[in-house]
Design a protein around this ligand. Structure first.
Ligand code: NOJ
Length: 726
């Protein structure tokens, strides 16, 4: 391969300092966003960065934006550095660039991976036009504790759903050709098990069985790599006492040994240096030695490779081969994305000017947003509302808010294009004066006179839209909560508004599953609105007035109470299972609340009703190497067209390790006209029945399995089949 020759030639020609340069990524001090976003640690001034590039002491810059300065940085690398190795320009482009799409958790609620593929493609187009090659996305951590602020960035609590979205987003960001001008290199993160931090407390420890790591937390990374990802980011946490950023088992044995990954691993922001704080390394040099030798190729921002690797090699604590191998991986990725052939790719001023606002992306943002909204409850078919003849009071601190539409992880979004809820709702009304808007409360503190004004407006109205929830800063990094509830000031507003006796539709803004209480929980209708991005207002209006029939489903279970965390549907079966309807005392139960989720994973209503026939299996005895076909008739029994997410779950009745009570194995979203029905066909093979056994190897075990085809993880009647021995 010509690239291989070029790479080996470069490695042979590089000084040790130049090699180490390729293993360092630093905040982009040359471009506007860098200082704003990375204010404190290690910020360098622009001239220092230029000199660093010139002398070959940096391989990548991150979180800068803009073509002109990006081109200048690249020009220095290519023309003024000794070997002319181009820079890789990275950034956190998570769920949109200028156009902001729903947070990843919200988008996962669509249960439409191909939609995520399209929003990632759109994001890639915008980001690459703005001078970015490489995104620190998708986040593929499986999140099972809603106290964790970063649930918002994940695809939720389920392994299969996370895998499907991980792969779709990699395909979307990267496209078919990594060298194309609009291909954005991905970094599935955070490798690994960051979603399992204890107590949902960010950066906390992870203590877990190796089989759980392999059954739950690693599969989305494998799915992302199989979809073409060429870089990974290591996580902040330790796993069973070994920090992920120096974890040889993960970074070398599994990643390179078992999965044959050919790309490079970048640390999280200073996570290599943090080995010292973990007490896993005695000082910076020790941390650099442990991280690099474990398989961590690139150091993000800490500077410890730049500071210590040369001495470590001189002292014989690292070998030149170890350094060369990491450099080889970095250069391999630079070659794969076409930087050696065209170092100025993604640095085209014409494209930047043309593509700063792509109108079609607004339509996509609106469609994605409405497809992400989950209808939890709709008593008396209160929704959809009428566009005429109904007086509507829109109450709550999120009615006119634009500051929280972009969610917790959006640094480049075009704030001027954000459309708030009031604007969207008013635009949909035949008589815009039928809408009264009252904030009623601040997000965390009461507003003077707010409650009185809100109650008066509610009394005058036929229906209340109550826009409540979390501000964006309750989600994201270092934002763990103990009480996953609506802030007290807003809860008080909801209680007061309920006394008016007017029917209430709660529209939540949230970055996690919430524990809903009192008047919020008891409202006649509830919509889960996440953080929906640029087109929030129009998208919510589409759902509220029925221009779009809601089709999203929960990717995380809504518990009865905050104290139930971690709470997820696919937990291992206990020896004293909770059997609803049986008053047995000594069974798995909480004293205060019911065991069942308030709204389980997979739940979501529509404005029409779907009925399911019993799943028909082509055989009740599945041969070892055979396939099982499952056919289920799903009928739209209502008077509106709609979309249904048909979900297939499995349970292994008896196994050599305790298995989950149910696990999602397939899903399909289908569109059905009013009165129509369709047979939905799924196929399973032995591979779908596998788990990691006590010896840590994948195994499927002959025996009985329960299977559900159902509209959520908590309903449906099981049918049974047997996997026959080989
Ligand atoms: C820390 C976060 O954990 C990670 O997700 C992000 O990509 C880096 N900072 C870089 O900003």
């Amino acid at each position: 391969m010509p690239h291989q020759r070029r790479i080996e030639g470069l490695i042979a020609a590089m000084t040790l300092e130049e090699k180490i340069g390729q293993l360092g990524a630093f905040a982009d001090a040359l471009r506007p966003f860098a200082f704003e976003f990375n204010p404190e640690t290690f910020a360098r001034d622009a001239e220092q960065v230029r000199e660093q590039i010139r002398s070959g002491r940096v391989g990548a810059l991150f979180n800068g934006v803009g073509v002109a300065e990006g081109r200048e940085a690249q020009r220095i690398a290519v023309e003024e550095s000794r070997l002319g190795i181009p820079l890789l320009l990275g950034a956190d482009v998570i769920h949109g660039m200028r156009t902001v799409f729903p947070i990843p958790l919200g988008e996962a609620a669509s249960f439409e991976p191909d939609l995520a593929e399209r929003t990632a493609r759109a994001t890639a187009r915008e980001a690459t036009a703005a001078g970015i090659h490489w995104t620190f996305a998708p986040m593929v951590d499986v999140a099972r504790d809603q106290r964790w602020g970063r649930v918002a960035e994940t695809s939720g609590e389920d392994v299969y759903l996370s895998c499907e979205f991980a792969a779709a987003r990699v395909r979307g960001f990267q496209g078919d050709d990594l060298t194309a001008s609009d291909s954005l290199l991905t970094t599935p993160k955070h490798f690994a098990a960051y979603g399992a931090i204890s107590a949902g407390l960010d950066y906390n420890f992870v203590d877990m069985a190796p089989q759980t790591l392999r059954d739950v937390h690693l599969p989305p990374f494998k799915a992302a790599i199989d979809a073409g990802a060429l870089t990974l980011m290591s996580s902040f946490n330790d796993i069973n006492g070994v920090p992920a950023s120096a974890n040889r088992e993960l970074l070398t044995d599994i990643l390179r040994g078992e999965w044959e990954f050919e790309g490079f691993v970048v640390s999280d922001y200073t996570s290599d240096l943090e080995l010292v704080a973990h007490g896993y390394a005695s000082d910076e040099a020790d941390a650099a030695q442990k991280a690099l030798s474990a398989g961590l190729d690139m150091s993000l921002q800490s500077g410890i490779y730049a500071g210590h690797v040369a001495t470590l090699v001189e002292q014989g604590r690292l070998t030149m081969d170890e350094v060369d191998e990491a450099v080889r991986r970095v250069l391999h990725v630079k070659a794969a994305v076409g930087l050696f052939d065209d170092p100025y790719r993604c640095l085209d001023a014409g494209r930047e000017a043309d593509q700063s606002h792509i109108a079609a992306h607004d339509a996509l943002a609106r469609d994605c947003a409405r497809r992400s909204v989950v209808l939890l409850k709709n008593e008396g078919n209160l929704l959809p509302l009428k566009k005429a003849g109904q007086r509507i009071a829109l109450i709550g601190p999120f009615a006119q808010d634009t500051a929280n539409l972009g969610g917790c992880w959006n640094i480049f979004g075009d704030a001027s294009r954000m459309v708030d809820m009031e604007t969207g709702v008013r635009a949909a009304l035949e008589d815009p004066s039928a809408l009264v808007v009252v904030p009623g409360s601040g997000i965390e503190a009461p507003l003077e006179g707010g409650i009185e004004a809100a109650v008066a407006a509610a009394r005058e109205a036929d229906v209340v839209l109550l826009a409540l929830g979390e501000p964006h800063e309750f989600s994201g990094e270092a934002q763990s909560r103990t009480q996953i509830v609506i802030p007290a000031a807003q809860q008080a507003l909801a209680e007061a508004v309920a006394t008016a006796g007017t029917p209430v539709v709660v529209v939540l803004r949230n970055g996690r599953a919430l524990a809903l209480e009192g008047a919020v929980r008891d409202a006649q209708a509830i919509l889960v609105g996440w953080f929906l991005g640029t087109q929030t207002g129009p998208a919510l209006a589409d759902v509220v007035f029925g221009d779009y029939n809601p089709s999203a489903r929960l990717p995380v279970s809504f518990p009865q109470d905050a104290g139930q965390q971690p709470y997820f549907y696919n937990h291992p079966t206990t020896g004293r299972p909770n059997v609803p309807g049986t008053p047995r005392f000594f069974q798995t139960r909480w004293r205060e609340v019911s065991h069942a989720a308030l709204y389980p994973f997979g739940h979501g209503l529509s404005y029409t009703r779907f009925d399911y026939g019993a799943p028909q299996l082509d055989t009740a005895r599945l041969g070892w190497d055979d396939a099982l076909t499952i056919r289920t008739r799903v009928a739209n029994q209502g008077t509106r067209d709609g979309e249904e997410v048909v979900q297939l779950y499995l349970r292994d009745r008896t196994a050599s390790r305790v298995r989950p009570v149910r696990e999602l194995k397939r899903f399909r979203k289908i569109a059905l006209a009013a009165g129509a029905s369709q047979e939905v066909v799924f196929t399973l093979t032995r591979a779908d029945l596998e788990f990691h056994g006590v010896d840590n190897r994948p195994v499927a075990e002959p025996g009985l399995f329960d299977l559900w085809v159902a509209p959520s993880s908590a309903v449906g009647d099981a049918v049974t089949f047997e996997l026959l021995a080989p």
